[in-house]
Design a protein around this ligand. Structure first.
Ligand code: AMP
Length: 423
């Protein structure tokens, strides 16, 4: 696990704040759940891949607990208990750190941050479209460019396998192989399991369908799967969702990939991941999972959601040279000329902070000249020097560091002077 030093931490929090603002603008309300959950809950409800990677320990009360590897299990727990009677649709947002014992590498950490948006209660295509639109808005808002949504639908391949009488377990094994892009292994496995030649041929064709032109791709997939009614229903659903995204302000490029699968086995409908050309790893992913809540509560509550990875969004912005800068027009340092001036300096500082200015007060007991050279080194834009004479006149010496000019100004005019735009 990493230590995040100020520059990194600031960027991470910037994205986190943008994610929260996006939630707010789309009507998603934040919930905060504990980082530690009962092991049993997580073991039973998280996907196979995450289950193998949990940090598990016993607490002082002898309970077996684990650090959450994903939000969905905790949110689903609430859906089955405290939120069960809330009117639907229910739009929920969470953000925070997750823990997975992954092999650390570029963009993959054992502690990482994720935002999570989930819409419960609707299985209509407009709710899938809403999640994709929200994703698009977030990526656009943080200034990311040329991003792409890779989209698939688990109902296509699962539909074919269902019609070919493969059990849910076997279907999940296939989907996991596809998630790892092991198409050949998947086909060999199916062959060994007695899959018909027609099915193998159809899947082979499906694995090869990838295109940036959604309409023609939909037609192509429909043609290839024309003998499989359940798969055709999935394709219709996909077409309906994509159709809702065709409006002017939708920025993401779409890549339809018929053979695309995601690791978590609970997906039941559309699935997608976000990418930028500069990076091979996904910036986030999501999809529809209509049966997960049933595992908790027995109630069928359809759900669709997305989980943008905050660390990877920072990496993508850095790669595109769009490092989010926390905009601080001014950084001000107040330098008391002697110890008696410290308290009045605090008073001026608090006045300026009330007006939203970023202010530090010299804390090292440095002389004025030493404090000024330190201010230069640290990128302070203005220093305010407070001595007894100035204090008696309700004034202060304001020095513009870059211009190396200084003037004595009235304290009551300071805010106006510091807030006025630079020429
Ligand atoms: P998942 O929860 O596996 O669907 O992942 C959703 C997103 O979370 C991924 O696309 C990544 O952006 C991010 N993510 C998942 N695992 C990690 C990790 N170990 N380190 C950093 N980000 C991760």
């Amino acid at each position: 696990m990493r230590d995040l030093l100020p520059d990194k931490a600031e960027r991470l929090r910037y994205i986190e704040q943008a994610a929260r603002e996006t939630a707010y603008l789309h009507g998603y309300r934040e919930i905060i759940t504990p980082i530690v959950e009962h092991y049993e809950l997580l073991a039973a409800k998280v996907g196979e891949e995450n289950r193998k990677r949990m940090f598990i320990f016993e607490d002082l009360g002898g309970r077996k607990v684990a650090l959450r590897p994903e939000f969905t299990a905790s949110v689903a727990r609430l859906m089955a208990t405290k939120l069960v009677a809330d009117p639907k649709p229910l739009r929920l947002f969470s953000v925070g750190s997750l823990y997975r014992y992954d092999e650390p590498q570029f963009g993959r950490y054992r502690e990482f941050w994720q935002a999570n948006y989930e819409l419960f209660g609707s299985n209509k295509p407009e709710s899938d479209a809403e999640i994709l639109i929200l994703t698009d808005n977030l990526l656009n808002e943080i200034g990311l460019e040329n991003y792409q949504l890779k989209i698939g639908h688990v109902g296509i391949i699962k539909g074919i396998l269902t019609e070919e009488h493969f059990s849910e377990d076997k279907q999940n094994s296939i989907m996991q192989l596809l998630d790892k892009k092991e198409w050949e292994t998947a086909l060999n496995y199916l062959q060994q399991e007695g899959c018909t030649q027609k099915c193998l041929d159809t899947l082979q064709k499906i694995f090869n369908i990838k295109s940036k032109d959604p309409i023609s791709t939909i037609n192509e997939i429909t043609e290839v799967t024309s003998d499989y009614t359940i798969a055709l229903r999935a394709i219709e659903n996909l077409a309906e969702i994509l159709n809702l995204l065709e409006f002017e302000n939708f920025h993401a490029k779409l890549l339809l990939d018929a053979g695309f699968a995601r690791g978590l086995e609970y997906y039941t409908g559309i699935i997608f991941e976000m990418y930028v050309p500069e990076m091979e790893i996904a910036l986030g992913g999501g999809g529809r999972y209509d049966k997960l809540i049933m595992l908790f509560s027995g109630d069928m509550i359809p759900a669709v959601g997305v989980a943008p990875g905050i660390d990877r969004l920072v990496l993508a912005l850095e790669d595109q040279g769009k490092i989010p800068q926390v905009v601080r027009k001014h950084r001000i340092l107040i330098i008391p000329v002697n110890r008696e001036m410290i308290k009045p300096s605090f008073q001026v500082a608090s006045l300026l902070r009330d007006a939203g200015l970023v202010v530090e007060v010299e804390a090292m007991g440095r002389s004025v000249s030493k404090a000024l050279s330190d201010a230069n080194r640290r990128g302070i834009t203005h220093t305010l020097i407070l001595g007894p004479r100035e204090m008696a006149d309700n004034t202060i010496v304001m020095r513009q560091m870059a211009e190396r000019v200084q003037e004595t100004v009235k304290v009551k005019n300071l805010i106006k002077l510091l807030k006025q735009p630079k020429q």
